[in-house]
Structure formats: C-alpha cells, structure tokens
Design a protein around this ligand. Structure first.
Ligand code: S3P
Length: 181
C-alpha cells in the first residue's frame, strides 16, 4: 500500500451535529489524535466559549479560531472538530491543505437545539429567546458553506456510533480508490 492519502479528517457542521463525539470515536478507531477547535481556544483564554463571547466579544473569538485552525490543519494523523461557525465563512473549505478530508455532519435546526439543550449554556449563539427561529435562520445561512465539504453524513436519526462508522467507511473508500489509481 502507498502512503496514506488521508492526513487529517476535518468535521464541519452546525452546533449539535455531533462533530466532537463522532470525531473522538473516529480518532480512537484510527489510533489518531482528536482535537476540538473550541477546546484549544478555551485553553488559550482559560475560560469557556460562552465566557469568551461575553468578556472579549465574538470578534476576538473568531480571530483566535482562525489562527487555531491554520495551525491544526498543518498536523497529520489527526481528527479535527471545527466550531460550527468556522466553516461558515467564504472560502474556508475551498483551500484546505492537501490530505484534508472535510466531512459535513448534517443535522436539522430542531434536532440541533434538542441536542444542544442537553448541554445548556455552552452555545452563546443559541442562547436567545427565539432560539428555534435563530437556529433555523443561522443554519439556513450556513448550509451553502457546509455543503462545500467533499462528503456529508446525515446524523439526524443516527447514533454517534453509526455516524462514526459511516465516516470510517468514507475514509476507507478514499484510500481504496487512491490505491487503485
Ligand atoms: C459556534 C459553534 C460552537 C462554538 C461557538 C460558536 C458557531 O462550536 O465554536 O459557540 O458559530 O456555530 P460547536 O459547533 O462545537 O458547538
């Protein structure tokens, strides 16, 4: 077999799409590292995301997110969970370093909110009074960006295990196709 074609896996998608839980499982199965963008940013600021938004503002959070992403996207044998807003900016998924497999974990706004409310208070962008309306609008605005990922997996009615298995199958298919070339 030639060198692995896939150097890193980048999970993108809306809040509550399962990027972190699926990413952790995929990394475990591959024997790779798992890194969540938000965890790195929280460690840098020494405070949770909601507090970074409240204290420093979203703009500073986004600047940190941009820097963290550039650094992580240079690493090998790593599964990355991006924050839901990172990929939702023009060009983000169009110029990824070679060897990056970007996979969009799809979820609807209602299901995303249901999952997010199990982790109350962690997502400042879903903290408003009209949460469902806000989530639907935000998701509708972002779908065109997420859909630039090369692959997608519908997570709506699937368990974390099933989604992780689907991601692993995509990676195996990519490696097989490249070996055959
Ligand atoms: C955000 C998503 C969050 C976190 C921050 C902003 C967004 O990450 O980065 O609250 O803009 O969608 P998750 O997608 O991991 O919840």
């Amino acid at each position: 077999m030639t060198d692995p074609t896939v150097a890193r896996v980048l999970l993108v998608g809306f809040m509550g799409s399962g990027k972190s839980s699926v990413g952790r499982r995929v990394a475990e199965a591959l024997g790779w590292r798992f890194v969540d963008f938000d965890d790195v940013i929280e460690a840098r600021f020494e405070m949770p995301v909601a507090e970074i938004f409240a204290t420093h503002g979203e703009r500073l959070f986004r600047e940190a997110e941009t820097e963290v992403a550039v650094r992580l996207l240079a690493e090998h044998r790593v599964v990355l969970a991006s924050g839901g807003g990172w990929a939702a900016q023009p060009g983000r998924l169009d110029s990824l370093p070679p060897g990056t497999v970007a996979i969009w974990l799809q979820v609807g706004a209602d299901e995303a909110l249901r999952r997010a409310s199990a982790e109350r208070g962690t997502r400042p962008l879903l903290a408003g009074v009209n949460r469902l309306d806000d989530a639907r609008k935000l998701l509708a605005d972002r779908v065109r960006f997420y859909s630039s990922a090369g692959w997608s997996v519908d997570t709506e009615r699937s368990s974390v295990e099933d989604v992780a298995a689907r991601v692993l199958r995509i990676l195996a298919e990519i490696e097989t196709e490249t070996d055959a070339e």
